[in-house]
Ligand binder design. Structure first.
Ligand SMILES: NC(=O)CC[C@H](N)C(=O)O
Length: 388
């Protein structure tokens, strides 16, 4: 017999299903993701720190996991829910089953619930806190949950400190700076890591950047001492208004270096320049969000994972460049004077379409026009030519 498990939301709504992955109990903010593939990238995306992710696609785990699809060095989701998890891994890239992976890293899962009903509830009422509990965490494999258990689990969900109002980035940011392995090109950039997805660095290295990844708490002076030609601000978990040190850093560096921000990076660039962010009802998490590029008129199908957004009316020094065609929210912006731009969505995809991959090239072009194509600052090249 399968081991029973429940998801209890803070309002008492309970979904009865079965245990999957690491046996135990876990609490987090319950959010949903509509991508049909890419569960390993989702599990290992540090932006999910603090969240229980419900996959709307009903079958997960069928193609296993492998060493190539890691977006960081471990999963960060607090819990993982699907209608059905495949106990087997089939396919040429499979090196381990999803069950083994989740067990190894302590990710508690739940299957066999009506995920459509749960998603409809979140869409209507907004995200909620919740607890997943496996029978074995309460009284053994064959344990049956009673009313008192469900009440206690509801209380546990309710008393958990909301991620709204919390800086969730220090847990996931690199503790020490490191140089991403790449070829020498003289095109060094500093990558501020607030919980970066590795694909972002990988694409920039492939374009010829030499990324030096630094902790989110690195100061402006430490960043400038590395003599970078550009600054990249990563995605990351939690409330973007909380890492105030980062807003301060970004404000001080604004205009000194060509800068590209993604997701949390985008939100914090807006905050640094005096803008505002707000928590969305249920956010955007999936791989098919239509975004209009206001500069070209083209529509991009994008990968997304965010629960906060920038209020476009609060923008002071930035102008909108991209909007979401589903709900009109801001998806991208550019500084009115400086080569500083950012997007709310994920051009690196992983998982998702690559329609927006051009943004990494645009960053390279901004760096080239700022510093010159040889990698030397334009002023220096001119000075060299003039022999001064
Ligand atoms: N992927 C991200 O960077 C997410 C940013 C932020 N934590 C949000 O949920 O909106």
């Amino acid at each position: 017999m399968k081991e029973r498990a429940v998801l209890v939301l803070e309002d008492g709504t309970t979904y009865h299903g079965y245990a999957f992955g690491s046996r135990g109990k876990t609490v987090g903010e319950v959010v949903f993701n509509t991508a049909q593939t890419g569960y390993q990238e989702t599990l290992t995306d540090p932006s999910y720190n603090g969240q229980i992710v419900v996959m709307t696609y009903p079958h997960q785990g069928n193609y296993g996991v492998n060493v190539f699809d890691m977006e960081s060095n471990r999963p960060w989701v607090r819990g993982f829910v699907a209608r059905e998890f495949s106990p087997y891994a089939a396919g040429p890239r499979a090196q381990q089953s999803l069950a083994e992976f989740m067990e190894f890293y302590g990710v508690t899962g739940l299957e066999g619930i009506d995920t459509r009903a749960l998603v409809r509830k979140i869409r209507e009422g907004g995200v909620l806190k919740g607890v997943i509990a496996h029978a074995s965490a309460l009284g053994g494999k064959d344990y049956r949950f009673n009313e008192a258990d469900l009440k206690a689990l509801q209380a546990e969900a309710r008393s958990w400190t909301d991620i709204d109002g919390r800086d969730m980035t220090p847990e996931v940011s690199t503790p020490l700076p490191y140089a991403y392995p790449t070829l020498k090109t003289g095109r060094r950039i500093v990558v501020m890591d607030f919980g970066i997805k590795l694909s972002q660095v990988k694409y920039m290295a492939e374009l010829g950047f030499e990324p030096i990844v630094v902790p989110g708490k690195t100061t402006p002076a430490q960043i400038m001492a590395l003599e970078p030609q550009g600054l990249f601000v990563s995605n990351g978990p939690g409330d973007p208004s909380m890492p105030r040190y980062a807003h301060d850093t970004l404000w001080k560096l604004m205009g000194l270096l060509p800068t590209f921000g993604i997701c949390l990076g985008h939100q914090m660039l807006a905050l640094a320049a005096g803008g505002r962010t707000f928590k969305m009802k249920f956010g955007h998490r999936g791989a098919n969000h239509p975004v209009k590029n206001l500069l070209t008129g083209k529509v991009e199908i994008t990968s997304q994972n965010h629960g906060y957004a920038v209020d476009p009316d609060s923008l002071k020094e930035f102008k909108p460049t991209h909007i979401n065609l589903n709900d009109g929210t801001l998806e991208g912006m550019a500084h009115v004077r400086y080569p500083v731009f950012s997007v709310q969505y994920h051009p690196e995809a992983s998982p998702g379409p690559h329609d927006s991959i051009y943004l990494f090239r645009r960053f390279l072009e901004e760096v080239e026009s700022f510093h010159g194509v040889t990698g030397m600052p334009v002023e220096k090249q001119q000075a060299d030519k003039l022999g001064v």
